[in-house]
Design a protein around this ligand. Structure first.
Ligand code: C2O
Ligand code: CU
Length: 478
């Protein structure tokens, strides 16, 4: 076993080694003790119908419980596995110590059925995050194992309501049961496995998924894409919705784009909406993504008939304060390159697996892998494979990602946020921070970050079938 993976030997010493560095937070506020119990159970996806659907989720709630913290708090989260399979929990977007990152075979031993793992970390950054297993994610996430995790800002923008919508989809048969066709090579090598129905907070999407508002109120709406492959294209009818954060990190507020707001798997967006409709009115939140599903209406803003809260919108700032993320210095940054190839369509590709070059079609048939990164095809969490990149701790990095496939890939890096510098060589004026960024087909995307957190960090496509099919590697920081 490579020496960099010493979690097996040091598992017992975790308690001691996790002492938080003094002065890391502005005075630790609160210690939260939480238990998460993943298990299989039945839920009504449509509260108006007697039908029940089998899901896997946490604490018999679907989605899992909404975890809310304040920046500087500490979370102790005990995960007791009541699933019939091994699992882990990964805290998507949170900058946690590597040993708390929830990646089986890389940062911890998977939690066996009946077993337990104690996660402990400080909430260093405010924002909208989520949690999900990193074990067989292409199956466990679409079965329902996901939940929202919110870290409140010290000084949040003033709003009247703060609403979290976990968006997803689910593939159902006529009996409203999940179709259990996870991991088919047809999905792995194409756009990934999409559901037949959209879900909003674990319920079937539709106009009945209402956010009740009063005329004049200011609403913060946090949207999380927990679907394993679906790319949402969202719009709020009749309102000037402003984007105030991507992946939990504040941006200069900007109006929602006319063509809809594109939210790929793993990504989050925070909107602030001044609700200036009239009492009794209704406005739809829609999805224009593909493929089409039974309902493109996700839900609605439903104005109560009562008196208006105010006749003019609030004038206070809607900007979300930034987190203290390490700023990459481009002048001293080193350049690194990752090239992506493969998939069912596109140019013929040669990939190397276990040191032997083969055509991608052969790799698909023999190994069930469909994608290469820097010409390598590899199974996820494979213990012996080499990291894609070796970085020095503290190194300033520009990562040039080149998508030579005919498919979209939302690429996610663990343990760090990066600034999106350029798309196809054209500078991105916003340079926003993200932990997940979409590469369109044949597109190149340049990002920059400081590799300040030691450990072996996952770097993968968040279309979870792609991740299982070869688009999952690691970046080693030491
Ligand atoms: Cu949201 Cu590596 O995951
Ligand atoms: Cu992908």
């Amino acid at each position: 076993m490579p020496s960099r993976r010493h979690f097996l030997q040091t598992a017992a010493a975790f308690g001691a080694s996790l002492a938080l560095p003094a002065g890391a937070a502005p005075a630790a506020r609160k210690e939260h003790r939480i238990e998460l119990i993943p298990s299989a159970f039945q839920v009504p996806l449509d509260p108006a119908s007697p039908a029940r659907t089998g899901v896997w989720s946490f604490n018999r709630a679907f989605p899992g419980p909404l975890l809310r913290f304040r920046r500087g708090d500490t979370a102790h989260i005990a995960v007791s596995n009541q699933l019939p399979r091994d699992t882990t929990v990964h805290w998507h977007g949170l900058r946690v110590p590597n040993g708390m990152d929830g990646v089986p075979g890389v940062t911890q031993v998977a939690i066996a059925p009946g077993g337990r793992f104690d996660y402990r970390f400080e909430l260093r950054d405010s924002g909208t995050y989520w949690y999900h297993p990193h074990q067989a994610s292409f199956e466990q996430v679409p079965r329902g194992l996901y939940g929202a995790l919110i870290v409140e800002e010290d000084k949040p923008p003033q709003v009247d309501q703060d609403v979290v919508w976990v968006l997803s989809d689910i593939k159902l048969d006529e009996q409203m049961q999940q179709v259990e066709d996870f991991g088919r090579i047809l999905d792995v090598a194409n756009e990934g496995r999409r559901g037949s129905h959209l879900l909003v907070n674990g319920q079937l999407a539709g106009p009945e998924r209402r956010i009740e508002v009063r005329s004049g109120e200011r609403l913060r709406l946090r949207l999380i894409n927990a679907a394993s492959a679906r790319i949402f294209q969202l719009s709020v009818a009749g309102h000037a919705a402003h984007i105030v954060a991507w992946d939990g990190q504040g941006v200069t507020p900007q109006p929602q784009p006319a063509q809809g707001l594109v939210l790929g798997p793993g990504m989050r967006v925070d909107l602030i909406i001044d609700c200036m409709g009239k009492p009794g009115q209704n406005f739809e939140l829609r999805d224009a993504g593909r493929p089409k599903v039974t309902s493109a209406v996700l839900g609605s803003l439903a104005y109560s008939a009562g008196p208006a809260l105010r006749s003019r919108p609030l004038t206070t700032s809607i900007a979300v304060p930034p987190n203290a993320l390490p700023e990459p210095k481009l002048g001293q940054a080193t350049d690194h390159y990752i090239i992506f190839q493969g998939g069912m369509r596109g140019a013929p590709v040669i990939g190397t697996i276990d040191g032997k070059a083969s055509r991608i079609q052969e790799i698909m048939a023999r190994e069930g892998l469909a994608w290469t990164m820097n010409y390598n095809a590899q199974h996820e969490h494979a213990l012996m494979h080499e990291p894609l990149l070796h970085l020095r701790k503290g190194e300033h990095v520009i990562l040039h990602m080149m998508n030579e496939t005919d498919f979209v890939h939302p690429m996610h890096l663990h343990g760090h946020f990066f600034r999106v510098l350029a798309v196809n060589g054209v500078a991105n004026p916003q340079r926003e921070w993200r932990d997940t960024v979409m590469m369109a087909p044949r597109q190149s995307v340049d990002v920059a970050f400081v590799a300040d957190s030691p450990g072996e960090w996952m770097y993968h496509c968040h279309i979870l079938d792609h991740a299982a099919g070869g688009m999952m590697g690691t970046i080693l920081v030491e």
